[in-house]
Design a protein around this ligand. Structure first.
Ligand code: C2E
Ligand code: CA
Ligand code: CA
Length: 536
């Protein structure tokens, strides 16, 4: 009974299906997870074929798009949604805003927004009940067309959502040009769970939407854990199977009556007059966002010499060797437990960062107390950057790296801490992550700045050999090393001469495994080889 229509059947049948009302909307509620109230719904297209049963959009929409027939279908669906809202209004049933998907091919039709307006007026629907979802792919055919559609939709008062955000890095670049009101972050794009990179990406995106003054809806949320996690980041709006599948109108209507509603509140601003311009400078954007995906990071506010943590990622805690829940650290002083000397170093570095607007780095030392190991001294390198301000309150982004091992080795080698400190300032430590699954390498700020690497190096390590950064004669050895790591080796180390000058660097890798012991990625570092143990 239920058979997917083939291409010919879709193309030949769509007109009749629209005429006969077989193309219609199902509605998926959007819920505020912290109040349980409904804030909106998304309209999703369905085609009920009398002979072949229910047809899903994944099958027929791409075909309609390729035949340039999606435009009519989208308008037909929009009309169906308007009819539904009209009937609710007529029957005095409080209704929520409903968003409709805009195909990127709609954007190419110059009168799309005019047609939409015509239909809305025909049913006399207040504009606040309707929203539109565009995808970043709609910018592919040229940004101007989307910008025009966006402008027109805004002109009439519609809110516009950016659909499928998180499906690619390029999203961030698209966002800065597209002035959307709401971002839909699809949880299904975040492979790898919340603990690792996925979680950090979500966290960064949520932060970023706050700076951009956009509201955020998490979609594809299937479990309570996902919903709670999003809530913990300050993203309250949830759409997904966890609350409800897309519903037939009758069922949705029941839900509308049973559930309380509330409007989407305006985006929560951490700092109202944040200097968003700086944030979007290409260089700072790239480094900021991509580095956040990579390393241990924290965001804190700073005013009158007082820092306060707003957000940190799991790696940050791990890097500091702390055994604490993220939430326990929010609102605390990031320099707690640090002696005055080292505090002064931090403070001076923050001030430098405020003054220069550039990334500033410092190295500090702190004593960690633990039951099992007694007192241990750890060394932390911190890269600081101002990402916004409101008057004399600054928003600071910090990336940290635990460099204790390197430091201790050096201290031992030098036998004299002071001598070592001076020497260390001359030394460059480069750090990066290598992800086995997609062969991506994510370099640190310093690698980007001094080695000219992009935020993500694809097909690693091919490009670094092609560019001559790594000498060709080390190619086999290096590939072999990465292969061993991927096969489960915990640590690897080698001395490799880097760059044209053939300066020897000690390249070290440590592998991170998932719960099942499968290698996920390797953390790499390269330290210039100095006079070790007195031998030259
Ligand atoms: P989309 O806009 O990203 O819509 C969300 C899709 O995710 C829907 O699939 C929805 O049923 C599904 N979904 C919702 N919650 C969950 C969840 O918790 N887990 C999982 N795994 N999936 C969930 P659907 O209805 O099959 O639509 C697929 C796509 O087809 C849509 O993706 C959209 O790109 C397109 N589409 C649907 N309706 C229209 C339309 O009227 N016009 C246009 N141009 N495209 C449409
Ligand atoms: Ca959508
Ligand atoms: Ca989506």
């Amino acid at each position: 009974m239920n058979r997917q229509l083939n291409e010919d059947e879709i193309v030949d049948g769509i007109d009749e299906a629209m005429r006969e009302g077989r193309i219609y909307a199902v509605l998926q509620p959007q819920i505020n997870h912290s109040t349980g109230r409904m804030v909106g719904a998304e309209a999703l297209m369905r085609w009920n074929d009398p002979e072949n049963g229910l047809q899903m959009p994944g099958n027929f929409i791409p075909i309609l798009e390729s035949y340039d027939m999606i435009y009519e279908a989208d308008l037909c669906l929009f009309e169906d949604v308007c009819k539904f809202i009209r009937s609710c209004l007529d029957e005095k049933i409080p209704v929520v805003p409903i968003s409709c998907n805009v195909s990127r091919y709609d954007v190419y039709q110059h009168d799309y927004v005019e047609q939409v307006e015509k239909i809305r007026k025909k049913y006399d629907i207040p504009v606040r009940y309707l929203r539109f979802e565009i995808t970043e792919s709609s910018a592919m055919g040229g940004l101007e067309l989307v910008l025009q559609v966006l402008k027109d939709l805004h002109k009439y008062g519609y809110l516009v959502e950016m659909d499928d955000f998180g499906s690619g890095y390029s999203s961030l670049n698209v966002l800065k040009d597209l002035d959307v009101d709401i971002i839909k972050l699809d949880m299904r794009f975040l492979r790898g769970g919340f603990g690792g990179r996925g979680g950090t990406i979500v966290s960064s995106i949520v932060q970023m939407t706050r700076w951009l003054n956009t509201q955020i809806i998490a979609e594809g949320v299937e479990t309570a854990e996902q919903a709670d996690f999003m809530e913990s980041l300050g993203c309250y709006y949830i759409q997904g199977y966890y609350y409800s599948e897309p519903l037939l109108k009758e069922t949705f209507l029941k839900k509308l009556k049973q559930t309380n509603h509330e409007p989407l509140s305006p985006a929560l601003n951490l700092i109202r007059t944040i200097d968003a311009g700086k944030f979007w400078e290409p260089e700072s954007l790239e480094t900021l966002i991509f580095s956040n995906f990579v390393g241990a990071a924290a965001i804190f506010t700073y005013k009158d010499g007082k820092p306060e943590i707003l957000r940190i990622n799991k790696k940050y805690i791990k890097e500091l060797g702390m055994n604490l829940d993220e939430r326990a650290i929010i609102g605390t002083d990031p320099w707690e437990g640090i002696d005055d000397n080292n505090r002064a170093i931090y403070d001076a570095t923050v001030k430098r960062a405020i003054e220069s607007g550039e990334e500033e780095t410092c190295e500090t030392c702190r004593i960690l107390c633990s039951d099992s190991c007694g007192n241990a001294r750890i060394w932390i390198r911190t890269d600081l950057r101002v990402i916004g301000n409101a008057g004399d309150q600054y928003l600071i982004y910090a990336m940290i790296q635990n460099i204790t091992t390197e430091k201790e080795i050096m201290i031992k080698a030098m036998g004299n801490e002071k001598l070592f400190k001076n020497a260390f300032d001359q030394i460059n430590v480069f750090a990066w992550e290598y992800i086995f699954e997609n062969r991506e390498m994510h370099p640190c700020f310093r690698c980007m700045r001094e080695l000219g690497l992009p935020p993500v190096v694809e097909n690693y390590p091919d490009p670094v050999f092609e560019s001559g950064l790594f000498p060709m004669d080390y190619k086999d050895m290096y590939y072999d090393m990465l292969k061993k790591l991927e096969e489960g080796e915990k640590e690897m180390e080698a001395v490799i001469p880097l760059t044209a000058g053939r300066i020897p660097f000690r390249v070290k890798y440590t592998t991170e495994f998932d719960e099942n012991g499968k290698p996920l990625k390797a953390y790499g570092s390269a330290v210039m080889v100095t006079d070790e143990g007195g031998q030259s």
